[in-house]
Design a protein around this ligand. Structure first.
Ligand code: ATP
Length: 365
């Protein structure tokens, strides 16, 4: 993606709302997307991601608000007057047309000459790795290959915007990972502004330049994958993206915070005042090695359970000082071996101050 200073605004979504009867699926969504960006709409089922994508495509018209594409107000235009290609979860290919005919369908319809269509189809087949498959029918292809055809068809007419609605979710895990990498590569190569709807946080983290996290028809946070993962700004984002420990904490207002009967030091805690809070810490941020006795937030914890997860281990821990304080910590396989970890054993862990995030209780929905 281009540097922030050189970024050119491509899609401007201004206070877009969408109601279905009395139900408000989108609540005043505002969002800017820049030329060449790969943006993922991420959120749980029913949060409004597909509705927002369909509003951008003109497949559903928003109840209120405005959408501009390349400086042009497209808010009221039908899909045919907008400039996008779209791929759905179900490949939606014409079963009675060959691969080449499916890909060339739009080109033929817009009156391109036969030679031009053939050349473009050949270029697209090679782009999506389907050389030699042009005479086959969709039913003779695997799911992954069908989705490549759908992708080639979507970009055949050189659209300015590529819209992808869960394009990988019907595929099995291995094909899905492979196609995800290829999709990202193709998007980079073409420089096409792309929006992908997904409920899979790992997919969004891996593929997006920026992620728009949605929940209940509103945007919870917009940021790069690293920002979303490292600095969630709402408890929802903290819990939806990646693994997260949530501790209920009480603050005295004097900069002191307690989880159960354990005192915890958090930077700037006094700014939060008195009350109930949620303290978050990722399992991989629980420190298990190199702990200095004077570093603060050091606890003795008992291992209640251990899960072997291939490249690392996840332990369920309870604090010795207050066994209602329970949390997870990730250990490398080496750490597990060196520390000779096993259920029932105890060890020292630290909750590093710079990794703790604090949310007020009323932010927690
Ligand atoms: P999923 O991942 O399950 O597709 P989503 O985040 O894409 O979820 P949307 O399809 O945008 O969710 O739907 C948002 C909400 O709007 C849902 O509660 C859904 O039931 C509702 N909704 C969507 N389309 C319609 C419709 N045509 N009529 C009535 N309600 C609708």
């Amino acid at each position: 993606m281009a540097e922030a200073s050189a970024r050119k605004l491509y899609l401007h979504i201004d206070s877009v709302s969408k109601s279905f009867g009395a139900f408000q699926a989108l609540k005043s969504i505002s969002l800017d997307i820049y030329e060449g960006e790969f943006v993922c709409f991420l959120g749980p089922s029913g949060c409004g991601k597909t509705t927002l994508l369909r509003a951008i495509a003109g497949l559903d018209i928003q109840t209120s608000g405005r959408i501009e594409q390349g400086g042009r107000d497209i808010s009221a235009l039908p899909p045919s007057k907008r400039d996008f290609g779209i791929v759905f979860q179900s490949y939606a290919l014409f079963p009675n047309l060959t691969v080449a005919e499916n890909i060339g369908y739009g080109l033929v319809n817009t009156g391109k000459r036969r030679g031009e269509v053939q050349a473009r189809v050949a270029e697209l087949l090679s782009m999506v790795g389907l050389d030699g498959q042009e005479r086959k029918y969709p039913m003779q292809l695997s799911g992954g290959q069908q989705q490549r055809v759908a992708l080639a068809r979507a970009i055949a007419l050189w659209p300015g915007l590529l819209l992808l609605d869960e394009p990988l979710s019907a595929l099995d895990a291995r094909v899905r990972l492979h196609l995800r990498t290829e999709l990202k590569h193709l998007q980079r190569q073409l420089g096409i502004t792309t929006i992908m709807v997904t409920h899979d946080q790992e997919e969004a983290l891996a593929i997006a330049d920026r992620i728009v996290v949605m929940n209940h028809g509103v945007i919870e946070q917009i940021g790069t994958p690293e920002e979303i993962y490292r600095s969630p700004t709402t408890p929802f984002v903290a819990s939806f993206v990646g693994q997260m420990n949530f501790f209920k904490a009480a603050a005295s207002g004097a900069g002191e915070l307690r989880i159960g009967n354990i005192d915890i030091v958090v930077p700037h805690a006094s700014e939060y005042g008195k009350g109930e809070f949620h303290l978050c810490l990722r399992p991989e941020d629980v420190q298990v090695r190199g702990i200095r006795p004077d570093q603060g937030n050091v606890l003795e914890a008992r291992i209640e359970g251990l899960e072997f997860l291939g490249s690392f281990c996840r332990a369920q821990l309870s604090a010795l000082q207050d066994d209602a304080v329970r949390f997870q910590a990730d250990f490398s396989i080496n750490a597990m071996r060196d520390l000779d970890l096993a259920p029932g054993r105890s060890l020292s862990v630290a909750l590093p101050q710079d990794r703790l995030r604090l949310f007020t209780s009323d932010q927690h929905r």
